[in-house]
Write a protein that binds this ligand. Structure first.
Ligand code: NAD
Ligand code: GLY
Length: 355
């Protein structure tokens, strides 16, 4: 088992990465504060892992709630069911909430923990690759509003993140690949060696070989925790984690969140961000091509499909000239391994990239 510490003032917490951590009651007990535990999960994840976690929590007064599975249920209305069950089951201020699932469950359980009785401890137990390398680390918690994704939320750090790599064995292949785009993102913004290693290890990773998989998750968590330690509330460097995401969110929005998984849209967004960096003369054509080839090798989409209109995407990015005077903040690459924040991207350059 590897342990990484996220250093945030007086709220340091460990990220544990290993196998069979779900059955490690000693490990979990270290971070359970009182005598009560409340597990938040969904029916899909629960069918694989709830009984195991309940057994691990023996000795605590444990209750659970299974939320419906899907991004469309990441709402305040559904979150209220969590508060109902916590109250009906008499959970006090020293209860510990366990988030067992992907990013949707992690974001919702984390936000419930931030709000319930003005804040109770919680532990992230992420079961998708995307949640293990990204969503469970760094304390962003939220639900969606009908007018915008993740619009209601809080920065609220967990007491620990417990990553059991075995849970990836039941994750659908498409979800696994989608998570890999966020992995590539870390190499792009901060670690050229890691990007090189991804190029060499792509097959082993797709085969889910345990050693490279464990190293990959560890490296992502290290990069993310360093960034979060420096800039918890995204006043500066944390924005690098949004590489490709402005494009991705627009693509998800114009396809009504039906056609692409988030990570797939991020993959297209990474290629567009690389192309934008090339247009701005900060990235070479050969690096652009390497990025595209790695994402293709990982089975991810790399371009906007022909049936989507450039204009729709520009509008969805809030980039209409009339709205913003043609300029907006983007994350660019100086080279592979070096992301930069750029505030002066001209509308016309973005149009060229979207051709
Ligand atoms: P998800 O939580 O919807 O999980 C994807 C699917 O996999 C679901 O159907 C889920 O039930 C299933 N699943 C999860 N674990 C499984 C397992 N081990 N075996 C089988 N099936 C399993 O999606 P996601 O990609 O994990 O997360 C996306 C969410 O994360 C979005 O809401 C996004 O906003 C959020 N997010 C948050 C942050 C953050 O910093 N807080 C960062 C990135 C994304
Ligand atoms: N997923 C971006 C962040 O945590 O800041």
């Amino acid at each position: 088992m590897k342990t990484i510490t996220v250093n945030i003032d007086s709220r340091n917490y460990p990220i544990y990465i290993g196998n069979n951590l779900l059955i490690n009651s000693e490990l979990l007990s270290k971070h359970i504060v009182g005598k009560q535990v409340f597990i938040v999960s969904n029916s899909t994840v629960a069918s694989y892992y709830l009984d195991t976690l309940l057994a691990t929590c023996q000795g605590y007064k444990t209750d659970f709630i299974l939320l419906p599975d899907g991004e469309q249920y990441k709402t305040l209305t559904v979150l209220n069911r969590v508060f109902d069950q916590l109250l009906l089951n008499h959970h006090h201020r020293d209860t510990t909430i366990l988030a067992l699932g992907g990013g949707v469950i992690g974001d919702m359980a984390g936000f419930a923990a931030a709000c319930y009785q003005r804040g109770v401890p919680f532990i992230q137990i992420p079961t998708t690759l995307l949640a293990q390398v990204d969503a469970s680390v760094g304390g962003k918690t939220a639900v969606n509003h009908r007018l915008g994704k993740n619009m209601i939320g809080a920065f609220y750090q967990p007491k620990a993140v417990v990553i059991d790599l075995n849970t990836l064995k039941t994750l659908p292949e498409r979800e696994f690949r989608a998570g890999l785009s966020e992995v590539v993102k870390y190499g792009l913004i901060q670690d050229a060696n890691f990007f090189n290693w991804m190029e060499q290890s792509a097959e082993a990773i797709l085969q889910k070989e345990m050693e490279p998989l464990a190293w990959m998750v560890q490296r992502c968590c290290e990069i993310k925790s360093n960034i979060v330690a420096e800039d918890e509330t995204e006043k500066g460097i944390r924005a690098l984690l949004n590489l490709g995401h402005t494009f991705a969110h627009a693509i998800e929005s114009v396809t009504h969140y039906q056609r692409y998984l988030h990570g797939e849209a991020v993959s297209i967004g990474l290629c567009l961000a690389a192309n934008l960096s090339y247009q701005m003369q900060s990235l070479s054509a050969s690096d652009c091509e390497r990025i595209k080839q790695l994402l293709l090798k990982l089975g991810l989409p790399v371009s906007i499909p022909a049936d989507l209109y450039k204009k729709q995407i520009i509008t969805a990015m809030g980039l209409d000239k009339k709205n913003i005077g043609g300029q907006r903040r983007f994350i660019l690459l100086n080279q592979i391994g070096n992301g930069i924040i750029h505030d002066q991207i001209l509308h016309d350059v973005i149009e060229q990239v979207l051709v």
